[in-house]
Design a binder for this molecule. Structure first.
Ligand code: ASP
Length: 338
């Protein structure tokens, strides 16, 4: 019998409405379990590990990421796969972070959740959870786990986690991964796109739980006041600043902006350039408006999502020597950039 560990962190899937405030609040796993009798009918052994205090994923912290990663590490040998139930709001952040923290995975870690609580008749939670468990238990023709990476299952689609973003607050199709195609599609049967699945070169799980949050994120917009970027680029403890630039990695040529970038890099800071477009890639130097970045030593983040760029930076600061970070950020490590 395949053994799956279900990690419950909270999220809408397990929430009920507070009668006084009318707002959704997290409740414990037993509540959720009671609503899915199908969980008992699986031909596999399902164990559950739950946050003592399940949270709305807007409350997720780096310590929560470390807890999830440490549980997967602790139980890695005992289980064939892992399913993480998580709120949708920050699911792509947590799942991206775990893809860097748990390199060398040879077993599936599948994130899922729902847009409607499990107690609501039209909930999407049941299908999401049941299929996520099936995916975590799936094997290829050689009996190896089909998925050997951190993935995110939502509304019939299996995404590479560090390529995914939450794109809708009200549609059941809440996630997309515009820069990487689906790993699998759930219809009457699970349709696998095997050539898209990630396979590691590591020989064993390399669990690195340290993170460093001295990472800034700056979204550019026309008319941005000087102080909005200088306050970030001159903030003493930031070691990496991620710029969300226009189109293929472009920005205005304002001299105060270029000076702030130049000074930050000269002082030892790292600047990572990602696009604010949903799809496509940074191409520094393609336009005159990005030539400065290339000259100043800004790292191109290619088609990294913001979620992957932030978590990769937090991971890099905590686990790599400073001189190795620029190359690490611009290179694919766990399939997060093209
Ligand atoms: N606010 C909820 C959360 O992220 C939303 C959800 O789960 O869909 O925990």
């Amino acid at each position: 019998m395949r053994k799956i560990l279900l990690i419950y962190t909270g999220g809408t899937i397990g929430m009920i409405t507070n009668a006084q405030t009318g707002a959704l609040e997290s409740v414990n796993f037993e509540h959720l379990h009671a609503h899915i009798p199908e969980l008992q009918r699986f031909d596999l052994e399902l164990s559950v590990r739950s946050f003592e205090q399940p949270v709305d994923s807007s409350e997720i912290t780096l310590q929560h990421w470390q807890t999830i990663a440490s549980w997967i590490t602790e139980f890695y040998a005992q289980f064939d796969g892992f399913v993480v139930l998580h709120g949708t709001d920050t699911m792509s952040y947590t799942a991206s972070a775990l893809s860097f923290m748990l390199q060398g995975l040879k077993k599936p870690v599948i994130f899922t959740g729902s847009q409607l609580p499990i107690g609501i008749i039209r909930t999407d939670g049941k299908e999401n959870l049941i299929t996520a468990i099936e995916i975590a238990a799936a094997q290829d023709e050689n009996g190896e786990p089909m998925v050997q990476e951190v993935a995110l299952y939502f509304e019939y689609c299996l995404f590479r986690a560090n390529r995914s973003s939450k794109v809708s607050a009200h549609q059941f199709e809440a996630f997309q991964s515009p820069n990487y195609p689906l790993l699998a599609k759930a219809g009457v049967q699970l349709e696998w796109f095997k050539e898209r699945l990630f396979r590691t070169n590591e020989t064993a799980l390399k669990s690195q739980l340290s993170l460093n949050n001295q990472v800034g994120l700056l979204k550019l917009y026309p008319g941005i006041p000087t102080v909005a970027y200088t306050s970030l680029l001159q903030y003493p403890s930031f070691q990496i600043v991620i710029l969300e630039t226009f189109g293929a990695g472009n920005a205005f040529s304002e001299s105060a902006f270029q000076t702030a970038i130049h000074d930050f890099i000269t002082a030892g800071g790292i600047v990572l350039n990602i696009t604010q477009c949903q799809s496509g890639s940074v191409r520094q130097g393609a336009y005159q408006t990005s030539v400065f970045f290339e000259k100043a030593g800004v790292i191109s983040g290619a088609d990294l999502t913001a979620e992957a760029a932030i978590t990769k930076s937090m991971f890099a600061l905590a686990n790599l020597p400073k001189e190795a970070i620029p190359n690490f950020l611009g290179t694919a490590v766990v399939g997060e950039l093209s």
